[in-house]
Ligand binder design. Structure first.
Ligand code: NAD
Ligand code: DAU
Length: 358
């Protein structure tokens, strides 16, 4: 048995591939375009593992997907491939439409054709799992209930609009063509192999490099943080026992303001890797211009996946963040591999030279 994973050289996809092969002998075909966010170094431990086949390619390349489906006849497709960074989507939305909308459409059409060739048990068991985000639901005010699966779609950024479009395509391909899809909408992940354009790894690396810790606006925006390995576990549960056509919200029960997150990282670093002058890393916090259209609060009601699939997060925010900071302190080699060319250009454009983590 084999599954096809797309975007498996990225942050969550890479963690999913590593976790999957640590727990099962079922092979993975890993299709990734290797954009700036894809990193084969994350998969280095699998270099000689025959259960992992890496293919560099694009989900918008129909011929490539057709070939992989025919050649490997996977029992499932798990789609992580996406442009994932909100700030980049504001800077330039075109790649987000291309991959998150056109790419998902192309992947769906290829999978639909492949599914049409199946019969009997392979057809009954086949699943297409689409990994999406809570950002499709828009922004909550402080007193609003967390997002349930029934919450209306109100995407506010080019990124979340493109992910919302992909979710709608997934839904329609099930409704119209009976494609056996599953969708997950997850909150903010953090953990190992997180690309340092996102808040938590950027803060850790900037702190260690003695750079400013940029907090957008007043820093009172709230996110619901989930340790990435808990997300991977949730995805395995949904793939195994999720009801076809359903969506499942996945969250960490860990709402924090951005300022709380940055202070928590500083406190951990003060303890685990004190500054040479014994001052707190919190001295490096700097408020910078806010993100345009910045969503104020996300929060997930994860009752459905708990009730139906028995999933809940194993890590608290404190335990997950401690492991994450430890991981970055111990993996300078991985960090060096990602904070080069493209990354430097992005940081210079987004923050000016003061924000450069490298
Ligand atoms: P990421 O940016 O770290 O990785 C994305 C991966 O997809 C990269 O390896 C990249 O090379 C690959 N990719 C991009 N375009 C591709 C294409 N056209 N064809 C094939 N591969 C392509 O993203 P991530 O944070 O790991 O997110 C993975 C998925 O989970 C995304 O769909 C994202 O929307 C969703 N998600 C992310 C979070 C989060 O907090 N990071 C939370 C909820 C949902
Ligand atoms: O909610 C799920 C989403 O979480 C995923 O769908 C996205 O792919 C993922 O990137 C993430 O989106 P966010 O925009 O919430 O994550 P980011 O790490 O970019 O920002 C987290 C918060 O921190 C957000 O309110 C913006 C703020 N921020 C971010 C950066 C990079 C800062 O204050 N300073 C920064 O330098």
């Amino acid at each position: 048995m084999t599954i096809l994973v797309t975007g498996g050289a990225g942050f969550i996809g890479g963690n999913f591939v590593l976790d999957w092969l640590a727990q099962s002998d079922e092979a993975i075909i890993n299709l990734d375009k290797l954009t700036y966010a894809g990193n084969r170094q994350t998969l280095a431990s699998l270099r000689d593992d025959p259960r992992h086949v890496f293919v560099q390619g694009d989900i918008a390349d129909r011929a490539c997907i057709d070939r992989l489906l025919v050649e490997h006849s996977p029992r499932a497709v798990v789609n992580f491939a996406a442009e994932s960074h909100v700030d980049r989507s504001i800077d330039g939305p075109a790649p987000f439409i291309q991959t998150n909308v056109v790419g998902v459409f192309t992947l769906l059409e290829a999978v639909r054709a492949f599914y049409g060739t199946l019969s009997g048990s392979p057809r009954e068991q086949f699943r297409f799992l689409h990994v999406s985000t809570d950002e499709v639901y828009g922004s909550l005010s402080p007193s609003d209930a967390p997002f349930a699966e029934s919450h209306p779609y109100q995407p506010n950024s080019p990124y979340s609009a493109s992910k919302a479009a992909s979710d709608h395509l997934i839904r329609a391909w099930h409704h119209t063509y009976d494609l056996p899809v599953l969708t997950t909408n997850c909150s903010n992940n953090y953990g190992p192999y997180h690309f340092p354009e996102k808040l938590i790894p950027l803060t850790i690396l900037n702190a260690l490099a003695g750079k400013d810790l940029p907090v957008y606006g007043d820093g009172q925006q709230v996110r619901d943080w989930l340790y990435v390995k808990d997300h991977c576990h949730a995805l395995r549960r949904v793939l195994q026992d999720g009801r076809v056509g359903q969506t499942y919200n996945v969250g960490g029960n860990s709402e924090r303001t951005n300022l709380q997150v940055v202070h928590a990282i500083c406190a951990l670093l003060d303890d685990m890797h004190p500054r040479a002058d014994s001052q707190s890393y919190a001295r490096q916090i700097t408020h910078v211009q806010d993100r345009p259209g910045h969503d104020r609060r996300y929060a997930i009601d994860a009752a459905k996946i708990a009730r139906e699939l028995g999933w809940s997060p194993a890590e608290t925010f404190d335990s997950g963040l401690r492991q994450t900071v430890r991981w970055y302190l111990d993996h300078a080699d991985w960090v060096q591999g990602v904070v080069s060319g493209d990354y430097r250009q992005w940081v210079a454009r987004q923050y000016g030279s003061a924000g450069d983590a490298a």
